[in-house]
Design a protein around this ligand. Structure first.
Ligand code: T3D
Length: 262
């Protein structure tokens, strides 16, 4: 069992909740390792067909635990490459390529890496009180965890520069208006909304959904003809799933399909 996160599986949904609320769920190495472990076990679990990422307490995640860094002027400069390569980059890659829908429920302030982790997820639901802060500029760092990749694509370059150079908080409602997230809900409703959306998605053609996100993830890097090829190749795979057959069969028989995620 875990010390810094909560992890459970129910009704096809894996729920991973960051659980260091006193430090606003900032990441230390131990929490990183537990998150990696939980994601690995969700991947291995045949019952899991959707993932919800959220956190305990009043905040979502304040990024790196800064108390873990020795910044004494006389100490050797901390090697941040290790942290990025061993922890943050693999996390972002894993969330982005996770072969099922990943829902991020942002329950409060999301700062630094904590503001960018949601952007690697597929559907972000934020509590009305949540805010996103690209805090990196305030401590002399560069937005990481995909911030410089996701932000311009989601909200455009001008807004990406505004957020990352000024470090000003972006409220949930504004993030929605800017097209950065999927939905804003009342604080009390957040967990239930995220879970019911995830349970619903867990009844859908899981492989098909994973191919959709795979196609979209490549979209901005491709010209139209290349992307048409990507669609063709993924359609081939989708057409080989049992869920596709069930979908068409159920349509023809005018009944609700029963997808198995196969
Ligand atoms: O080093 C590497 O591996 C490189 C990778 C870096 C990735 C990054 O994420 S760098 C960016 C790191 N994060 C930040 O710079 C954000 C720092 N936090 C804040 O700016 C503020 O805490 C917030 C805006 C997020 C929230 O403000 P507020 O007023 O709601 O809460 P608070 O009072 O500042 O924080 C509450 C507690 O959490 C407090 O502890 P205390 O005083 O109650 O004992 C605070 O120290 C602690 N806390 C918040 N963020 C961090 C943290 N402790 C350690 N590290 C944090 N990042």
């Amino acid at each position: 069992s875990f010390e810094h996160i909560l992890y459970s599986v129910d009704s096809g949904v894996a729920l991973l909740s960051l659980n260091r609320p006193k430090a606003l769920n900032s990441f230390n190495e131990a929490m990183h390792l537990e998150v990696q472990q939980a994601l690995k076990s969700a991947l291995k679990d045949k019952h899991v067909r959707a993932l919800v990422l959220t956190a305990e307490g009043r905040g979502f995640c304040a990024g790196q635990d800064l108390s873990d860094r020795n910044v004494d002027p006389n100490a050797e400069a901390p090697d941040l490459v290790f942290s990025i390569e061993r922890f943050y980059n693999p996390l972002i890659k894993q969330l982005q390529s996770f072969p099922m829908p990943v829902i991020c429920a942002v329950n409060g302030v999301a700062a630094g890496a904590g503001a960018n982790i949601p952007l690697a997820c597929d559907l972000v639901i934020a509590a009305r009180s949540a805010k996103f802060i690209q805090a990196f500029c305030k401590i002399g760092l560069v937005p990481d965890s995909g911030g410089t990749w996701f932000l311009p694509r989601l909200i455009g370059m001008a807004r990406a520069k505004q957020l990352t150079l000024l470090g000003e908080p972006l409220m949930a409602e504004k993030a929605l208006e800017w097209g950065m997230i999927y939905k804003v809900v009342e604080d009390e409703a957040l967990r239930d909304e995220a879970m019911s959306l995830a349970r619903q998605l867990a009844t859908q053609p899981t492989k098909g959904l994973s191919y959709i996100k795979r196609a979209l993830n490549q979209s901005f890097d491709h010209d139209c003809h290349t992307q048409l090829d990507v669609e063709r190749d993924l359609q081939r795979l989708a057409g080989q799933t049992q869920d596709y057959r069930e979908g068409v069969k159920a349509f023809m028989e005018k009944r609700t399909p029963e997808f198995k995620g196969e």
